[in-house]
Design a protein around this ligand. Structure first.
Ligand code: FAD
Ligand code: MLT
Ligand code: ZN
Length: 459
């Protein structure tokens, strides 16, 4: 039997998409920089079906790209070379919150917003948040070890994974969903899958560790002259406002682009080169604590938002960068981590470095508290890798990391060895070879490899 018919037997004809129009949304990434053609798009409905689909693909030597919400920004969620796309979105079941241990088991296809709602209903919080919350899936979040603004206080996705279930490349299922706080029997396979970007297994269910819900929140937007002033403000906030949950930044040209895109008047009276958006979250009103910290930092003028609508209004300025940039062109997006004492120098240097590499416009923003800079470049052809190389070179020269929270994907795979060194990459390859000897899972993502020649003889 050919692959397509084998897969129809597993998931039913409705969930095997071979028609070009039906496949299209699964074949193009969020930015438009990455696109390809899938052999088929398969939409299994539960773990058993995922396992059978993977086994059938393995039997037909068909490479696989796992996909959640397709909001990934490093090109690894879309096919490159006629792979079978396995969409996990139908695995969207959200279990009962176990309040005693503060955990919930959710299907890999449930959205981050769905997880957040379930947590909120139980007076708890997911502890992770970012702009793609309504579309990105928990499986994708864990596969990328996503971060977002609240990682400053609660850590990245990794900190929330109390266990998971996954299908390996041969179709076998591993399941660690008991959620026991202490359970160190054997290797920590779930930890290995966190951040593996679909290259070691397909995550089907996650046991998510929740955090206490804050009863009160207050956000503040502060305009500053330089990035080093921003880093100083961060240091004071950390020391004097224990309720600090996030501390992001953006620059004035980014603000102008967002305001234009959102057709909105500037809420900022005095425009400055740098803006810091910080949020405190606590059981009781953190306004006084935040005000005292701002005073200690010498901040005289700040926009304070202490109700949900005005807080969301401020965050729209920061989170709106992604869509405003996308609307202006097809960006090169380099998500990097920079030591805070190098941040000023890096932000100063990067626009020139980009210009010399052929990019026209650089927009910088990110999660200041984590030294996480999003370098966005417009005006270069999608396939022009000189921009990526120049930014990543500067990043490593600054003592930083080539990937802070978006993942390595296909965008940065060829840089992994430079960043991690030969010994680490050899160990990674050994793990890949052990768990996926035929390199069927997301080939070319994370670890560079020769693109497999597409098997087009059937299916
Ligand atoms: P996809 O895009 O579908 O896939 C991403 C990767 O995970 C691919 O390699 C894919 O193969 C793999 N994958 C997906 N599902 C599974 C699975 N079940 N099992 C195994 N592998 C799988 N990221 C941040 O970290 N912080 C942010 O602040 C942030 N903000 C964003 C804002 C916007 C507007 C957008 C568009 C994206 C943002 N992202 C951010 C990037 C992206 O949303 C995250 O990386 C997210 O975790 C991807 O989830 P997804 O379900 O869309 O995964
Ligand atoms: C963000 O922080 O807004 C995201 O990581 C998305 C992006 O970099 O565009
Ligand atoms: Zn981010």
């Amino acid at each position: 039997m050919d692959l397509e018919h084998a897969l129809i037997e597993v998931v039913g004809a409705r969930h095997v998409l071979s028609d070009a129009e039906l496949r299209a949304p699964y074949e193009r990434d969020y930015t438009g920089r990455y696109r390809g053609q899938a052999r088929l798009v398969i939409r299994p409905g539960d773990t058993a079906e995922v396992a059978e689909v993977v086994a059938a693909c393995a039997a037909h030597d068909a490479a696989i790209v796992p996909q959640g919400g397709n909001t990934g920004l490093v090109g690894a969620s879309v096919p490159r070379n006629h792979e079978v796309v396995i969409s996990l979105r139908r695995l969207s079941e959200i279990g009962e919150v176990d309040s005693a241990v503060g955990q919930v088991a959710v299907g890999a296809g449930s959205t981050l917003a769905g997880l957040q709602d379930a947590a909120r209903a139980a007076h708890l919080d997911a502890g992770l948040d970012f702009g793609a919350r309504d579309s990105c899936t928990v499986g994708g979040v864990v596969a990328c070890d996503a971060g977002g603004a609240r990682a400053l206080r609660h850590g990245t996705a990794r900190a929330h994974v109390a266990g998971l279930e996954a299908v390996l490349a041969d179709g076998s299922v591993i399941s660690r969903l008991s959620g026991l706080t202490k359970d160190n029997a054997g290797y920590d396979l779930p930890a290995l899958l966190v951040g593996s970007e679909g290259t070691l297994g397909i995550i089907t269910r996650v046991r998510w560790r929740l955090v206490p819900a804050a009863r009160s929140r207050v956000a503040v937007l502060v305009g500053l002259a330089t990035a080093s002033e921003a880093a100083e403000l961060l240091a004071t906030l950390r020391a004097q406002a224990p309720s600090l949950e996030s501390c992001d930044f953006f620059l004035d040209d980014g603000l102008a682009l967002v305001l234009e895109h959102q057709r909105r008047e500037s809420p900022v009276r005095t425009r400055t080169p740098v803006y810091v958006l910080a949020e405190c979250a606590a059981q009781s009103d953190p306004t006084d604590e935040l005000a005292a910290a701002l005073e200690a930092a010498g901040v005289e003028d700040a926009l304070v938002a202490d109700d949900t609508t005005s807080r969301e209004g401020l965050w729209k300025l920061r989170e709106g960068h992604t869509d405003a940039i996308n609307a202006a062109g097809t960006p090169h997006k380099l998500d990097v981590g920079i030591p805070l004492d190098q941040l000023d120098r890096f932000l100063d240097a990067v626009p020139d470095v980009v210009r010399r590499a052929g990019g026209q416009r650089t927009i910088l923003f990110g999660h200041l508290g984590d030294g996480n800079v999003h370098v966005n470049v417009l005006g270069a052809a999608p396939e022009d890798e000189r921009i990526d190389d120049a930014v990543l070179e500067l990043t490593l020269d600054s003592g930083g990391t080539i990937s802070a929270e978006h993942g390595v994907g296909v965008e940065k795979a060829r840089w992994l060895e430079r960043a991690r060194g030969t010994a680490e990459v050899a160990a990674m390859r050994a793990l890949k070879d052990a768990l996926d000897p035929d390199h069927l899972l997301n080939p070319g993502a994370v670890l560079p490899e020769e693109i497999r020649s597409a098997s087009t003889s059937e299916g």
